[in-house]
Design a binder for this molecule. Structure first.
Ligand SMILES: *[C@@H]1O[C@H](CO)[C@@H](O)[C@H](O)[C@H]1NC(C)=O
Length: 233
């Protein structure tokens, strides 16, 4: 009994020593702890990833009436996620580029784009982060066939460019699977498709011959356009 008690006492003392060592270590090394917790939220260049929520995603989408746009703008103001530019108007956000960036690398040369909408967008197969976010016509997301050899994976960003549409390029995030698609096809939201169509409308239906690039994560990251960073759950 005595031995056991002594043993327990020793173990107890060791535990207290260990605890105080741990406490000391963490109190003198707060930086390393912070670095660990925020590592997941650094962008591809190692800079802190900043999130914004534009609420209405691609505001060029013509689904919304002026009053709907106004109520969405009001919602956005109450959410107050625009930390750096409170008065940034939606039209100042550039949601396409002319040509790819120098850091974009060619992934596929002849990609077909199509579009899908409404309830087909809901509950994407890559997940919606378990939150209340659902993709909308005004999101910049896409779906690809399940077994596309070397194709984009769940959550990855691709930049699609159409040389026949003034070389416009749009960054989209792949978050869904497309049963009726083939390889080298990306099924897009209406807003992303329209930016890449020569007519600026949906009338083409399907457009061949786009270039697809691997692209860096956007920073700032618009949750309305791309959804939550972690999709599973
Ligand atoms: C999304 O697009 C579809 C097809 O054009 C349309 O019927 C639907 O009303 C749109 N959804 C919203 C919320 O505007």
């Amino acid at each position: 009994m005595v031995r056991i008690n002594l043993f327990n006492a020793i173990i107890g003392t060791l535990a207290i020593v260990a605890m105080s060592v741990t406490a000391k270590a963490s109190s003198t090394l707060p930086v390393s702890t912070d670095a660990l917790t925020s590592a997941a939220d650094l962008d591809d260049d190692g800079q802190p990833l900043r999130y914004i929520n534009s609420v209405y995603g691609d505001e060029d989408d013509d689904d919304y009436s002026p009053s709907e746009l106004e109520s969405r703008a009001a919602l956005r103001r109450t959410k107050h996620h625009h930390r750096h530019s409170k008065h940034r108007t939606s039209s100042s956000r550039k949601l396409f580029t002319i040509g790819p960036a120098l850091t974009d690398t060619l992934w596929a040369k002849k990609v077909l784009i199509t579009w899908y909408a409404s309830h087909d967008l809901l509950n994407p197969q890559c997940g919606n982060g378990g939150g209340d976010w659902q993709p909308e016509n005004s999101s910049h997301i896409g779906a690809v066939v399940k077994h596309w050899t070397d194709g984009p994976q769940c959550g990855e960003f691709v930049k699609l460019c159409n040389q026949n549409a003034n070389n416009r390029c749009v960054l989209v995030r792949v978050i869904d699977k497309c049963a009726g698609c083939g390889e080298n096809q990306v099924d897009l939201t209406k807003s992303a498709f329209k930016k890449l169509s020569p007519s600026g409308t949906l009338s083409e239906g399907r457009i061949h011959g786009l270039q697809m690039y691997r692209s860096k994560q956007p920073n700032p990251w618009d949750l309305a356009l791309f959804g939550p960073k972690v999709l599973a759950g």
